[in-house]
Design a protein around this ligand. Structure first.
Ligand code: ADP
Length: 475
């Protein structure tokens, strides 16, 4: 290729790349190219001249070049640089000695080829070997002695031939080698500069990559810290929600105890009466006992239901959303929150749209929101002449259900407007002021909104939205 190519620009890209590699020895395997070159030229000359010495010299030189490959690899992988300075020096000495051996092999080979044959082709190929000296001098630009040795070893025989014979032929050959070397040198300098630029970019890239990696590690660290902080906030919020639920239950405890007492007292009375009737059983009394037992059963069931719902709210479960029947959920919340309604003279009305029945929510949490709002309404109406609560649902927009709880209390004080949902804002002497703020957190975690407004006929309306769900397949 080198001989045929008129200009170095005409070289096929693969050769070009190989030359760059050969020059700067980035991949150690480029020495293979050197071996191939020496083997071809030496082999050709030995075959043409049938000179066994030349063949032996070629073999030895190739072997020497092959021996240097592991050295180069060792160096390229920067393993040697990581070692003690003394071992680095010893390594470089051995490397230098091997390089001298290669130079000597190449020089002897060239001289022998010149002496052994008159073949023009062999002599021309020697010019190529001379070019190799230039490559070497550039490759070993950091070791001038090796470069010098290589140049002398290859170009020496040509000069020797000239001096010994005074034959013009050698003059032409020497001049041709010189011209070719000069041209090649120009090419190599270009390549070298280009490669230097590439090397600098690579170094810059490596430095930037290191910086990027460090920045990434830092970012990952911060990200994991942020995630941990978020998890802690989530845990605390769940804890607070639970505490607020317990506090709501605590506030209702006396009411609940009172309301539980009623069915239990009724059960006791029915059972006592029945026992008395059974002391003197007759057909008529047995019928009465049956009725009394049914009434006792209903009372016990009601008490059990109240306790079960309370337990559901006190239970610290994992929040999980699923399609829930809002109608059943609202009725259950009313059972608990309006347990003393009758005694307080409060009536309530439900206006639940059938198309707004299924919502994607966490059962316990939404019950908590409803109980907070309904209990607030109950407490707000304690002084009101009219005591009514209206709970209505409707489809707000395609994917949300709006739930409204309206009361006939005094309404929201102007000064409280907007601050209602802020934590620890309470107008009640024993209020904690966290009910509405927790409710907002819960509703927003469901993707909904919560707000308060003035009712049409006075009083307050609290509305919130929840995502709709498809009715589950009951089959
Ligand atoms: P708490 O009930 O412990 O005070 P909340 O966060 O539930 O805490 O309520 C905050 C405040 O909002 C209440 O103190 C009250 O002033 C006001 N509020 C809530 N609901 C109503 C209502 N239905 N009518 C009038 N004011 C209300």
């Amino acid at each position: 290729y080198l001989l045929r190519a008129g200009s170095w620009r005409a070289l096929p890209p693969r050769i070009y790349v190989a030359l760059v590699g050969q020059l700067f020895g980035t991949p150690p395997s480029t020495n293979i190219i050197e071996v191939a070159l020496v083997a071809t030229i030496g082999g050709l000359a030995a075959w043409r001249s049938a000179d066994p010495w030349l063949a032996a010299l070629t073999l030895i030189t190739c072997a020497a070049i092959l021996t240097i490959i592991p050295f180069r690899r060792h160096y390229a992988e920067r393993r040697i640089l990581a070692q003690h300075p003394e071992s680095v020096r010893a390594f470089e000495q051995r490397f230098e000695r091997l390089s001298w051996a290669i130079s000597a092999g190449m020089g002897l080979m060239a001289a022998r080829a010149l002496l052994a044959t008159d073949d023009t082709l062999v002599h021309l190929t020697l010019i190529v070997v001379a070019l190799g000296a230039t490559t070497a001098s550039l490759r070993y630009h950091f070791r001038p002695r090796i470069a010098f040795g290589r140049a002398v070893a290859i170009n020496g025989p040509l000069a020797g031939g000239l001096i010994l014979t005074g034959d013009l032929y050698y003059v032409i050959l020497g001049l041709a080698a010189l011209a070719a070397t000069k041209l090649f040198l120009a090419v190599c300098v270009q390549l070298y500069r280009g490669s230097l630029a590439v090397l600098t970019t690579i170094e810059e890239k490596e430095r930037l990559a290191d910086e990027l990696q460090a920045a990434n590690a830092d970012l990952e660290h911060r990200e994991s810290e942020r995630r941990e902080a978020e998890a802690a906030v989530r845990r605390l919020r769940a804890e607070l929600t639970h505490v607020s639920r317990l506090s709501a239950m605590g506030a209702m405890a006396s009411t609940l105890a009172h309301e539980l007492n009623q069915p239990l007292t009724a059960v006791t009375n029915y059972v006592r009466g029945s026992r008395r009737l059974l002391e003197d059983p007759s057909d008529a009394t047995l019928g009465q006992v049956g009725e009394a037992m049914a009434a006792a059963e209903a009372g016990a069931l009601r008490a059990g239901q109240i306790i079960r719902r309370m337990r559901g709210l006190v239970y610290r479960g994992k929040a999980e959303t699923r399609p829930e029947n809002l109608e059943a959920l609202i009725r259950e919340a009313c059972d608990l929150a309006l347990i003393d309604a009758e005694r307080l003279g409060i009536t309530h009305r439900l206006d639940l749209a059938s198309e707004a029945r299924w919502a994607h929510v966490d059962h316990v949490q939404i019950q908590q929101v409803l109980i907070n709002i309904i209990r607030n309404a109950v407490e707000a109406m304690s002084e009101s002449p009219r005591r009514e609560i209206d709970i209505a649902t409707r489809i707000a927009d395609g994917s949300f259900i709006e739930i409204g709880v309206a009361d006939t209390g005094p309404g929201i004080a102007q000064s409280e407007d907007g601050a209602l949902f802020t934590p620890f804002r309470s107008t009640k002497s024993e209020g904690l002021g966290i009910g509405l703020s927790i409710s907002r957190t819960i509703v927003e975690a469901h993707g909904g909104k919560i707000w308060a407004a003035a009712g049409e006929e006075g009083g307050a309306v609290f509305r919130f939205t929840l995502p709709t769900a498809a009715a589950p397949d009951l089959a």
